[in-house]
Design a binder for this molecule. Structure first.
Ligand code: NAG
Ligand code: NAG
Ligand code: NAG
Ligand code: NAG
Length: 279
């Protein structure tokens, strides 16, 4: 009995200890969950806030966009959806709410020259890339997705570009590129990379979406600016550029120019040089 009693408190102590550590563990889990939940909802709020702030801060030509309305049109594309089952068409209402305005003779496309081309359009205000439009500007560099049974926007745990095809971010950029290219008119320019083996890739967004969307009823010419370095890897005679020409709507006049990076850099740093003279 005594022995038993003696041993019991020990057991009791053990159970108490166990209870205390279980409680502590639970408490920690709850605290972490709360913190995570808070920071997550914070981040979600952050995403919408970023969207609205960028939308309202957009210095496009046309003012008077209803950014709250554009947010709603945006959100409906993916909220509550399986983040691997968001089709390109889900963004149709968004494009309708914030249509691309034709910027004839000023539209600039790019492939594998992202940083270079944006550096250029930032300094020289005569070309417009997708990322210089309201939607492109607002969503550039952002990640988002929804979740089945939730009305929230998530910014973490979203499927990557290659994880599944119909993810919200990829579908958006495909739909936006398609809409942007469909609005193209006049003389269109594309900056491609002369430092890589195959400057025109048929699987790139430029090759698979944009080039196919240029319509000869509105687009007169396509000028490819092949940006080269000191010792160019390739030039305008490259066979991949023949493939590009084959994809073009008949009636669009094609030209290609090999242009050294240094020439474009010099041009963009001099405000007195007109853009047309950069290549
Ligand atoms: C072309 O691609 C190479 C390799 O990815 C990169 O280092 C270079 O900056 C690109 N050139 C331009 C003009 O963007
Ligand atoms: C170009 O536009 C016309 C008229 O809108 C249309 O019928 C035609 O299919 C379009 N072509 C391409 C290549 O999209
Ligand atoms: C273009 O590149 C090819 C090889 O890729 C070379 O034979 C040709 O001379 C180059 N043309 C010019 C104008 O540099
Ligand atoms: C030019 O294009 C072809 C086919 O698109 C490619 O295989 C080739 O390696 C490219 N580059 C050069 C430098 O020849």
């Amino acid at each position: 009995m005594e022995h038993g009693e003696y041993s019991r408190p020990g057991k009791k102590r053990n159970t108490r200890c166990l209870a205390i550590s279980v409680c502590a563990a639970l408490l920690i889990v709850i605290v972490i969950a709360l913190a995570l939940g808070l920071s997550l909802s914070h981040r979600n709020e952050g995403f919408k806030a970023t969207f609205i702030a960028r939308c309202e801060g957009f210095h496009g030509k046309s003012k008077g966009y209803d950014c709250q309305k554009i947010w709603s049109a945006f959100e409906q594309a993916y909220v509550g959806q399986d983040p691997c089952k968001v089709p390109v068409e889900a963004y149709d209402p968004l494009i309708a709410a914030a249509p691309f305005e034709p910027a004839c003779n000023r539209m600039m496309f790019w492939s594998k020259t992202q940083d270079f081309v944006h550096d250029f359009t930032e300094k020289k205000d005569c070309f417009v890339t997708l990322e210089d439009t309201l939607l492109g500007f607002t969503l550039d560099g952002l990640t988002w997705c929804g979740k089945e049974g939730s009305s929230e926007t998530f910014t973490t745990g979203c499927p990557g570009w290659s994880q599944c095809e119909k993810n919200p971010v990829r579908s958006f950029w495909i739909r936006a590129s398609d809409g942007f290219a469909a609005s193209a008119c006049g003389d269109v320019t594309a900056m491609l990379n002369g430092s890589i083996d195959t400057p025109f890739s048929p699987t790139s967004i430029f090759g698979s979406i944009e080039v196919k969307r240029f319509n000869s009823t509105t687009v007169k010419t396509l000028t490819v600016v092949l940006v080269t370095q000191e010792s160019p890897t390739t030039n305008c005679t490259n066979a991949s550029l023949k493939d590009l020409q084959k994809e073009l709507d008949q009636g669009i006049k094609y030209t290609c120019k090999d242009v050294p990076e240094s020439k474009i850099n010099e041009c963009s740093s001099r405000p007195d040089v007109p853009c047309g003279a950069c290549w």
